[in-house]
Ligand binder design. Structure first.
Ligand code: ATP
Ligand code: MG
Length: 584
């Protein structure tokens, strides 16, 4: 999936923004990313973050992070904090040339980075904006709508309201006098009425074919403690009322949201128009959300997986959450590259997870340090190698990056190889180890399997081999060719590490489409092994990525301790779903 040369992304939204700059409609572009703090961010949000911050970045504008926190029941401070941590992780350093999102998928960028102004406003003190900070001005706007006869207090129950809107019937309270409406609204705010007793509704058009224009509810009563405003309010604006006004109050020029809000746009515009707001008004533009195969994306469903203990937490590496992917070892630059690569359109679609996996492999192939590790060890004794002797062999750190240099790896008489690299009765064209056959040990000697040792159950427990001692690199037989090369680790020097092998969390491409998504959880999505690793992996760094040669890419899990190394498999070397890389 090669990318075109390093051009800035182009799409219909960027075209609109560019037109607005060219025509002089806006001199400063201002976008926002408005998550509701009711869960952790997922890779779908990555698309929205990269779009909003990307546009701000490209047009020298600003992007606000705003907590869309108008529903006290579902929102929590833990989510506010995780959202900020994830946004920072994703965009910090973006302006760095080396982290140009295009470069991560392709060659290093030739585009000079634009000055990064995009998130200064939102995070000068690392604080987001909060829609709840605008509760007072939003309330004043509601009063203004009531005064101008464009909103009324309705006493119908939520169920009646829904039903009347569905059939297009007007509320009996629709023609209430302005003075009575003002009085009731003030008393709603003062806490005189119970939850659900009254609402404030816009007076628009009960016959409109667009349901959202059938006198939508603007305010409801909720006696609940809000994570940010505490008990200051007992009436809360609904999304449609709060969102356009929050955009307006922040001076947002382009309010980018996903397609399901397209039908809300006439209401967004109606509210700004009805209030006769003076300055230039924000424009809502919709784009298709990201859906990814073999996963679920809604926060509600992710929360179910977490709450029901089906995964280990919001940052479980099998989840598509930003924190889960970070823990798995996926880098911010990969996510940005992926977001740019999938592009922005108006058409709903399901993106193959392979596209994300491709982006990970493309970056890691360039950056990961090569290391030797054996996941499922089988002992090998080199019978013609002296007991007690050890030598250090030269191993290249990264063939894609000469500056990564080389290291020494210990070799001795007793080794471990991958048990899948030996077959007693192999099929034709099997080029790994077999009785009487030869392979080259990576960076080392050619060995021949002379004897297969089994236990009383008939299982192979050891191979006794002889080495061509002249065949190592630099030796007289170093050019001798055998068909297979396998990885290995010196047994007495091996470092034991826990490795966590992750696989797709679901067994079907679209678990949402098939009914109960939890029925399709992959029971083999996590396998934990104790691997034998070359000793240098004892110094593994969390910020580095490792390719265990011939196996997969790994990164250090944050739970690792100096004597308790834990690696997460970020991704296999090739697309080997349902087929382990070691067996390929
Ligand atoms: P979810 O259903 O997962 O809870 P949401 O849309 O309710 O998603 P918000 O917190 O309201 O989540 O989303 C914040 C911003 O991110 C919104 O502008 C929303 O449109 C955008 N967004 C959410 N999910 C996706 C997605 N899958 N692809 C692209 N943008 C998304
Ligand atoms: Mg939402």
């Amino acid at each position: 999936m090669p990318l075109p040369p390093n051009e800035p992304p182009s799409d219909f939204i960027r075209d609109i923004v560019a037109d607005d700059v060219r025509s002089g409609k806006h001199t400063k572009i201002h976008t926002r990313f408005p998550p509701e703090p009711n869960g952790y961010l997922h890779i779908g949000h990555t698309k929205a973050i990269c779009l909003n911050f990307g546009i701000a970045h490209e047009f020298g504008g600003l992007c606000n992070v705003r907590m869309d926190d108008t529903n006290p029941a579902k929102e929590e401070v833990e989510y506010v904090n995780s959202i900020m941590a994830d946004v920072h992780w994703l965009i910090d350093g973006w302006a760095d040339k080396n982290l140009n999102p295009k470069a991560a998928l392709d060659q290093p960028s030739t585009i000079p980075p634009l000055p990064w102004t995009g998130y200064a406003v939102a995070s000068i003190d690392h604080q987001p904006f909060f829609a709840s900070n605008y509760f007072e001005p939003i309330y004043q706007y509601a009063v203004q709508l009531v005064r101008s006869g464009k909103a009324y207090v309705c006493d119908m129950t939520p169920e009646e309201t829904d039903e009347y809107r569905r059939i297009g019937r007007e509320s009996p309270f629709r023609e209430r006098e302005v003075a009575e409406n003002l009085d009731l609204l003030a008393r709603m705010k003062a806490g005189e009425f119970s939850d659900g007793a009254r609402t404030l509704r816009a007076k628009i058009d009960m016959q409109s074919p667009n349901m959202w224009l059938r006198d939508p509810v603007l305010y409801r009563i909720r006696h609940a403690t809000h994570h940010h405003t505490g008990d200051a309010w007992c009436i809360y604006p609904l999304y449609d009322f709060a969102h356009c006004l929050s955009d307006y109050l922040e001076g947002i020029t382009h309010s980018l949201c996903t397609l399901e809000f397209e039908v809300h746009r006439p209401l967004y515009d109606w509210i700004l128009e009805a209030l006769e707001l003076p300055d230039s008004r924000p424009k809502q533009i919709e784009f298709a959300r990201l859906n990814l195969t073999y996963t679920v994306m809604s926060k509600r469903k992710l929360k179910q997986l977490v709450d029901e203990g089906l995964v280990r937490g919001w940052d479980d590496p099998r989840l598509p959450t930003i924190s889960g992917m970070r823990r798995r070892g996926v880098t911010a630059s990969v996510l940005r590259a992926f977001s740019y690569h999938i592009g922005i359109t108006k058409y709903p679609s399901l993106t193959e997870v392979d596209a994300l996996e491709h982006a990970i492999r493309a970056e890691f192939n360039r950056s990961a340090l090569r290391r030797l590790a054996v996941l499922r060890p089988l002992k090998v004794v080199i019978t013609n190698y002296p007991e007690g002797e050890m030598e250090e062999l030269d191993a290249i750190n990264n063939p894609e990056d000469p500056s990564a240099g080389s290291r020494k790896i210990p070799f001795s008489r007793e080794l471990f190889i991958e048990s899948a690299d030996f077959m007693e009765t192999p099929p034709p064209k099997y080029f790994r180890l077999k009785p009487g056959g030869e392979v080259r040990l990576k960076y080392g000697y050619i060995i021949k399997c002379d004897e297969v040792v089994k236990n009383s159950l008939g299982e192979v427990i050891e191979l006794r081999c002889s080495a061509d001692l002249k065949s190592k690199s630099g030796g007289p037989n170093s050019q001798r060719k055998v068909k297979g090369t396998i990885h290995w680790v010196s047994a007495p020097h091996a470092l034991e590490a826990e490795v966590r092998l992750y696989d797709r969390l679901f067994t079907v491409p679209d678990p949402d489409a098939e009914g109960d998504f939890k029925a399709f959880i992959n029971p083999h999505s996590l396998e934990v092994l104790t691997a034998k690793c070359e000793p240098s992996l004892g110094d593994a760094k969390p910020e580095l990525r490792y390719q265990f040669e011939r196996l997969a890419y790994f990164s250090l899990d944050p739970d690792s301790r100096p004597n308790e190394v834990i690696f997460n498999r970020t991704i296999t070397l090739r697309d080997t779903w349902a087929k382990e890389a070691t067996k390929a």
